[in-house]
Design a protein around this ligand. Sequence first.
Ligand SMILES: NC(=O)c1ccc[n+]([C@@H]2O[C@H](COP(=O)([O-])OP(=O)(O)OC[C@H]3O[C@@H](n4cnc5c(N)ncnc54)[C@H](O)[C@@H]3O)[C@@H](O)[C@H]2O)c1
Length: 353
Amino acid sequence: MAQAGADRKLRVVMVGCGFFARNHLMAWHHLEGAELVGVCDLDKSRAAAFAGLIAQAGNTPPAVFDDLAGMLDALRPDLVDVVTTMESHEALVGICARKGVATICQKPFAPDLAAVRRIVALAEQAGIPLMIHENFRFQGPMVQLRQALDQGVIGTPVAARLSWRCGFDVFKGQPYLAKVERLVLLDLVIHLFDLARFLFGDVDRILARTQKVRPGIAGEDGAVCLLEHGGGVVSEVLGSYHTRIDPDPFPETLIRVDGTKGHLEVRQGYQLVIHGPDGVTHRSIAPVAPDWGDPVWAMVQESVLNTQAHFLEAIRTGQEAATSAQDNEKTFALVEAAYRSSAEGRWVDLATV
Ligand SMILES: NC(=O)c1ccc[n+]([C@@H]2O[C@H](COP(=O)([O-])OP(=O)(O)OC[C@H]3O[C@@H](n4cnc5c(N)ncnc54)[C@H](O)[C@@H]3O)[C@@H](O)[C@H]2O)c1
């Protein structure tokens, strides 16, 4: 990978200016090492609205486009941020690969594992850095949890539970999700699988069961999964869009890890409680809200900022990003294996996926 000069801002363009992309827009705008020079959407008025948000604050707005290839020819950026839904990723990353531009692409990588593998091959053949915007492992609280585990505060992890179950109405902001046939595993649990890999390493096999509770949606909205990690940890991963809890924990992942010398919990309200050999400690691991953030979305927005900062750093240093295309293929394989497991009612070995 070519290294960029440390003193030069990298010129960034975004494609996709919908529901989630506003977080990307604000993060690129505020990141020191980036200069957002273009925004693109098939619906040009959405791109124009994004440029308007930047101009409002008295800053030079990015140029507005409705065609990615045209934007790349006109602006010759250092990197492209693809913030569209998964069906368009293969075509859009293909354009970036043909133009030889480093790319970061939102999750889910693609609708299925075969498409993921085609895109990985495209990027490898073109020699472009390709990172997936898998942001849960970049959440401040999760980074602090990983640090505590690395410090051995509970000895060696043995068993864990990662739970993201709430009643937050995802269909309000993302109405297209009601029509998606593969819903909770592909849209949400994929983040938890990545987090489980980040905390406990790669997975050998998986047992999963999906559930559909909410009427009128095409896909499943709940899943319970059991993962056997190669290093010996067994983790339980639970995801749901139908669980009624008051107060609702959105957007927090609640975690329990048992180790050889104690256990720890990440409790609602960003509390890390460690039951270690020397007693119990309580620590706040609350996220730091960006200036442009909203209190409910603070952790999400902080993680977007951290994810984008990581990609900038990867390009500057020539290092592979932590959630590179190759790495994310492993997370995606877990999703594919989980659907197979649920359909066939049996454990699925990752080596067979
Ligand atoms: N990481 C997270 O925490 C998180 C949260 C929410 C959404 N997402 C992901 O972000 C992605 C986008 O989701 P969204 O809810 O913002 O979608 P959206 O439908 O609101 O926005 C997508 C935008 O992309 C545009 N678009 C589609 N194809 C295009 C093309 N070929 N060229 C130019 N523009 C094109 C559409 O016109 C639309 O404006 C999804 O993959 C979703 O899963 C991630």
